[in-house]
Design a protein around this ligand. Structure first.
Ligand code: HEC
Length: 667
């Protein structure tokens, strides 16, 4: 007998949506069944065994080693169906080197291959066919449409007539032009970059493409061995006259974070890897928020030439609060962090830690050593404020006590050294982990758990009608805050538009145009409170509500769907509210929803102008069939006559999918 050394609760009731700590709770509670991961030593399977035998063994291995989590409705682990979309190679990678290496460590390589083959049905790694490629593969990056999440430096997520021809007058002509399959993927969590004649998109599976943005033919394809976790960001390095030896030519990079906590930099013109850098700070670090980039101009002493120093800001989250559901896990040591990296080679220039190093605290009732402080993960995309020399970040809750002043906070870090200039903590004492969402509570849940009110949406830098600068932040509590950047983040106004919960309130991103803030509220229906899901328009001068669109499911769900929330009920999704980032083209705001519907509203009056249901099949440009599903995380994007959106999200009972859609408007 051997033992993999840990015990997994059959009901790990935690959901980690992209490093976002969103726990499921149920009115009815669930019995905890401890299942030991101790299993007899695996004996390599005889290669002569027939296929059926092998398949049966693989199915048994799956039951013994994987099913506890992957068939658990409340686990954040992808379902069998979602994993079936992966290639054999990528599942093997997860088991041997990737995220599942701990869970698979008692399996022989042969067994890992058998399980991977069983899950994926032996699919070969993806390779585009020759006919999927453009005839002309040149890439011209002469105009930036959207180089990052939040579109511009201020994260307004709004584009004007210079970048988009879509408006409330012509939106009626918006029609689907093409669909592109994101191979091996079941969730769209990486916002695209659109520049010049190209669109850059990453499937979570690790397949990254440069596409012709009008026709979706492929200009280059890059395969990352490690799944992609974050949105893409584009950055062009300054030409460095005395650094001609740099291998970074011609200087435009695509940046993303992967599942192994590496930041990757690709040459945007060729799709070749320039560098990779490990930025994890602890064992349970995870990357979720996008990398952001900027440049300092510095005068060198040797020459009179101005030199530019390009840097990246990288947010680091943690998923350890999920592991706290296991009473035997020594919760918790991991905390959030932010790095500044040298954009040319990925060297870390400074790191800001969101809590001190954890030290041993008391033991839980089972005698497991608990640690703290921990948590305050940074899963939002940072906002660089070059005028003030600051970077603003939002944090989540503490995973274990003692609580820190850095949880559920907006923090302004000095760009030059990472030191905190000021911080605004919206909620103190919010200590919460997956043990708290169990019934009865797991032993590692603190006596008085907090509500899990993270900041996930990027801070927006804007001005009110008197040109007074404002920072706007939105929280999972459903609160919106306007902070004064010139007065240590003092609260100018605060308004609450949602009921808020661990899964509620404001998630992935807000938008500002015309003195109005637009925020989507998720507030799912199972929390036992009166949720207020929908889209809200708020006056940025005072936080007053201008209009809102109340959302309902619009179809009959069954009690069965309630109890089996991870089962996909495509005909009437249990989840239907708005979690994805919202975005604006001219006078139209787009809000994608978890049931796959995307709606567009007139920003001034809140009139519903256009609606599309992406929860269906699409025939793609390559002739394959792709699926839409839930729309979460990423925003709708715009460039000229085109509008782009991704559909599919496979965490915790959302509708999986693998499609990028290109729409065209006739102006
Ligand atoms: C203790 C619970 C648990 C067990 C046991 C477990 N998994 Fe997972 N698995 C997860 C979770 C949670 C995730 C999602 C991780 C994430 O995205 O952060 C996951 C993700 C995966 C993924 C996607 C990996 C990736 O890199 O995105 C694959 C493939 C996978 N598991 C396969 C397996 C297989 C095969 C087994 C059995 C050998 C197994 N898992 C056992 C919890 C588990």
């Amino acid at each position: 007998m051997s033992c993999s050394g840990f015990t997994v609760p059959a009901r790990v009731k935690a959901d980690l949506r992209d490093g976002m700590y969103l726990w499921r709770t149920s009115f009815f509670g669930v019995v905890l069944v401890a299942v030991s991961a101790c299993v007899p030593d695996p004996t390599p399977i005889d290669s002569a065994a027939n296929a059926a035998q092998k398949d049966r063994s693989a199915a048994e291995l799956f039951q013994a080693h994987c099913a506890t989590c992957h068939e658990d409705q409340n686990s954040k682990a992808p379902s069998f169906a979602a994993m079936q979309q992966k290639s054999t190679a990528s599942v093997i990678f997860s088991l041997s080197n990737g995220k599942m290496r701990t869970q698979a460590q008692s399996l022989s390589i042969t067994q890992q291959i058998d399980i991977a083959t069983y899950i994926s049905g032996g699919k070969a790694p993806y390779e585009p066919s020759v006919s999927d490629y453009c005839k002309d593969k040149r890439i011209v990056l002469d105009r930036m449409f959207s180089g990052k999440r939040g579109v511009d430096h201020d994260n307004t997520a709004a584009v004007g007539p210079d970048l988009s021809n879509l408006d409330s007058e012509n939106i009626g002509s918006l029609s689907l032009k093409w669909a592109f399959e994101l191979p091996g993927s079941s969730a769209a969590r990486s916002q695209t970059v659109i520049s010049g004649d190209s669109l850059f998109v990453a499937a979570t599976s690790g397949e990254i493409f440069a596409l012709d943005r009008k026709t979706a033919c492929i200009k280059w394809h890059y395969h990352s061995e490690v799944p992609v976790r974050t949105s893409l960001t584009m950055h062009t390095l300054a030409n460095k006259p005395n650094n001609k030896s740099s291998n970074v030519q011609p200087n435009t990079m695509l940046l993303f974070g992967d599942s192994d906590n590496f930041v990757n930099a690709l040459n945007a013109l060729t799709g070749t890897l320039l560098w990779r850098k490990d930025v994890g700070v602890q064992e349970h670090s995870i990357l979720t928020g996008a990398v952001v980039a900027d440049r300092y101009t510095v005068e060198t002493t040797q020459t009179t030439e101005l030199q530019a120093a390009d840097f990246l800001i990288v947010p680091v989250s943690s998923y350890e609060m999920v592991l706290a559901a296991d009473d035997g896990h020594e919760c918790c040591k991991a905390h959030g962090a932010v790095h500044r990296l040298n954009a040319e080679n990925g060297d870390i220039e400074w790191t800001a830690h969101m809590t001190a190093e954890a030290t041993p605290r008391k033991k839980n009732k089972l005698g497991t050593q608990l640690w703290g402080p921990s948590g305050a993960p940074v899963w939002s995309t940072p906002t660089i404020d070059k005028d003030r020399g600051l970077v603003y970040i939002g944090t989540g809750q503490n995973a274990s006590g003692p609580a820190t002043e850095t949880s559920d906070a907006i923090i302004a870090l000095d760009l030059s050294n990472g030191k905190t200039q000021w911080q605004f903590q919206a909620m103190a004492g919010d200590v919460y982990n997956a043990a708290c969402s169990q019934f009865p509570k797991g032993y590692s849940c603190p006596a008085r758990p907090g509500p899990d009110f993270d900041f996930g949406a990027s801070v927006i830098v804007t001005q009110n009608s008197e040109q007074r600068p404002l920072l706007i932040a939105g929280q999972k509590s459903g609160d919106i805050f306007a902070l004064d950047p010139d007065n240590q983040g003092e609260v100018l106004w605060r308004t609450r538009i949602g009921a808020g919960s661990a899964l509620g309130g404001i998630h992935w991103g807000m938008a500002v145009a015309n003195g109005t803030l637009f925020a989507a509220v998720n507030d799912p229906p199972f929390q036992g409170y009166l949720g207020k899901p929908g889209l809200y328009a708020v006056n940025i001068d005072n936080g007053e509500l201008l209009w809102n669109f109340e959302l309902d499911r619009g179809c009959e769900t069954t009690m069965r769907a309630y109890f089996e929330r991870d089962r996909v009920y495509p005909e009437c999704s249990f989840y239907f509210a708005m979690s994805a980032a919202v975005s604006i083209a001219n006078d139209v705001v787009f809000a994608p929803a978890l049931d796959g519907k995307v709606r567009a509203f007139d920003i001034n009056r809140g009139k519903l102008l256009w609606q599309f249901d992406s929860n269906r099949e699409f025939t793609t440009v390559s002739g394959s069939t792709a699926h839409g599903g839930s729309m979460d995380n990423v925003a709708v994007q715009f460039a000229g006559d085109m509008v782009y959106m991704q559909s599919g999200y496979s965490s915790f009972g959302l509708l999986p999918g693998n499609v990028l859609l290109g729409f065209e408007v006739t102006p």
